[in-house]
Design a protein around this ligand. Structure first.
Ligand code: FAD
Length: 336
């Protein structure tokens, strides 16, 4: 998924050998990657993104369910969160550009370029500098965005594109991978663990010393010893989204990978990072992206109204400020 993962678990004596546990976790993540990646041209999702418009396309039931879960968050946010944002993500250069495909070792003729990838990747990168698309290209991409035109039929396990949508699950499927890896650990009879994939974390049970898993939120404001907050999510998931890791600058202005599907532009409110705690990692992952688009004022109001555990770090005159929803407060560990 273009990132790293790590798992800590408490093994019962002579059971749960690392080799076997590593295999089941890897297989769970590889399965999500194979099916839900926009970076793998032959993934299930990318086959759907090329399927004829207007015709129901059969997909795995959990992928259809994940789309429905994402649609609930789109409704919740008035469309600020929208997995059909793909054409805009790709237009602004944050999607699976040819550069990413080459990084995987394939160019459009499918030939492997690993031998001279560094040169070629440099050339590709030079084709995709941070650039601001022109307004007509943004409008054209916007014409093919809108979650209301993506129809899910869980009975038939199909999705239908009512226009030339490009569904991008990058905001939710990494979290879903965490949930799947956690399910694989539980199936092995492991009850105490922490799973982290690219910054999305799910914890269950306790550490070997009987204490709860304690997580550091490394935010942009880099508080004391670089930690923005310490949390103990108990048997829940923590996800963060921010605008300071995946962005480009033009004339001193930052354009991040969080796109407002209603305007077509990268969202640029004052919020720098959002941390969300929720029952599943997929839900936390998607909500964190949603709040990055809504911003801290509207986001905090929604989080408090719906009892969502969210913490916002935003740019202030002299650095950063943070605000926390009521539901997030019980998870915070008082910093020494
Ligand atoms: P999040 O905030 O969780 O997600 C931001 C992403 O969501 C954006 O990059 C965009 O794709 C999308 N998005 C932007 N705005 C919105 C919006 N308003 N509503 C909904 N979605 C929005 N990256 C690689 O470089 N190489 C890979 O091979 C690769 N494979 C992947 C395979 C899978 C299955 C997934 C899920 C992702 C993969 N990625 C890959 C992408 C990489 O993991 C993403 O950058 C990452 O998932 C984004 O997570 P985040 O926590 O950084 O940001």
């Amino acid at each position: 998924m273009g990132t790293t993962y790590n798992v800590s678990y408490v093994a019962t004596l002579f059971r749960h050998p690392v080799k076997e546990v590593s295999r089941v976790v890897h297989d769970a993540l590889a399965d999500v990657d194979q099916r839900m990646s926009t970076y793998k041209p032959e993934s299930e999702l990318m086959q759907f993104n090329r399927a004829p418009v207007g015709e129901p396309f059969t997909l795995s039931s959990d992928l259809v369910q994940l789309v429905q879960d994402a649609q609930v968050i789109s409704d919740l946010s008035g469309g600020a969160y929208d997995i059909t944002v793909g054409p805009l993500v790709n237009l602004w250069g944050f999607g699976p550009t040819q550069g990413a495909a080459v990084r995987e070792g394939h160019d459009d003729t499918g030939s492997h370029l690993l031998a001279n990838a560094p040169e070629f990747v440099k050339w590709i990168e030079s084709q995709y500098p941070g650039h601001i698309p022109d307004e007509s290209a943004i409008q054209e991409a916007l014409d093919n965005v809108g979650y209301q035109s993506l129809k899910a039929d869980p009975e038939g396990s199909t999705l239908t594109r009512e226009k030339a949508l490009f569904v991008d699950l990058s905001s939710i499927a990494k979290g879903y991978g965490v949930d799947q890896a956690a399910a694989a650990l539980r199936a092995q009879g492991i009850d105490n663990f922490m799973v982290e994939v690219g910054g999305e974390v799910l914890v269950q049970g306790v550490k070997p010393n009987g204490n709860p898993w304690r997580l550091a939120v490394i935010g942009p404001e880099m508080g004391k010893n670089g930690v923005s907050a310490l949390v103990e999510p108990l048997d829940k998931a923590l996800a963060t989204s921010g605008d300071y890791l995946n962005f480009f600058e033009v004339d001193g202005k930052r354009y991040s990978h969080t796109i407002n599907p209603l305007t077509g532009w990268p969202e640029a409110k004052r919020v720098a990072e959002v941390a969300v705690i929720a029952d599943t990692s997929a839900r936390a992952d998607a909500l964190a992206t949603m709040f990055m688009v809504l911003g801290d004022e509207k986001g905090l109001e929604l989080a408090n109204r719906l009892g969502i555990a969210a913490r916002f770090a935003y740019y202030a005159d002299d650095g950063f400020e943070t605000i926390t929803s009521e539901a997030f407060k019980p998870y915070l560990v008082k910093q020494p």
